[in-house]
Design a protein. Sequence first.
Length: 274
Amino acid sequence: MRDYRIHTYTAAEAGLLVNSYIVEAASGLVLIDANLLVSDVTALAARIDALKKPLLGVFVTHAHPDHFNGLPLLAGDDVPVYAAAPVADAIASIADAKREQWKPVYGEEWPGTYRVPSARLADGEAVRLGGLWFTVHTVGEAESHADSYVTLGDDAFIGDLAFPGTHPYTADGHTGRWLDALSSLPEALAGARLYPGHGAPGDVGMFADQRRYLLMYREVVRRLSAGVPRLDEVQKDELTAMMTSFLPDAPLTWMISLGADAVAAELANESVPA
């Protein structure tokens, strides 16, 4: 029997339905990922406060704002923020550009500052918080420019390595490397309970589902782009229709066309002889 509880806060669809996980130990709390928008971060902070235990540390699984934006509003200077070293580096390199891109869309809902994780961890390095051992595992480029996952006993917090029942973000253009990661993760996490950044918890079967989705997405983009590193609006509409049919009733359909040009460019580059 595990000696901790896992609480989940899931953002509204405007906040990309992102999950933040609060691990409650006897002596305190550990947060996995920090959400995106001010309203959701405020609600997440209230959930943390309601547990009436100190926040002992925060882990960030990967370098996307829906997982690190809330850090300045949730963790004081006395609370360590942990991440795999490549994740911390990627956050430092993209945070300003992401704010410039998305603040005009979200306005005051986008936090005014950001925090780069300063507790940098090597692949396989473990940290003891609240009597529990958290281990960070570096994946590399996959859904983002730098991905990782965190294990705690038989539980694994996998960030955005899989999007069960949800259309994924592909706009960083690493779908080939993401597929490589999805080939090895089922063995590495066999028997674990997986807690994804979007969607419901499950087992390693979600990696196979994610792999099928990416293979389909890449094949449709390959056919539509015919080697050109971008899609026009008509082609993006066709891609959206195809992927909506492939994963019907799934949320975040606007993500489908968002990644079209990045994946078209990725595929065009793959076809260039070395």
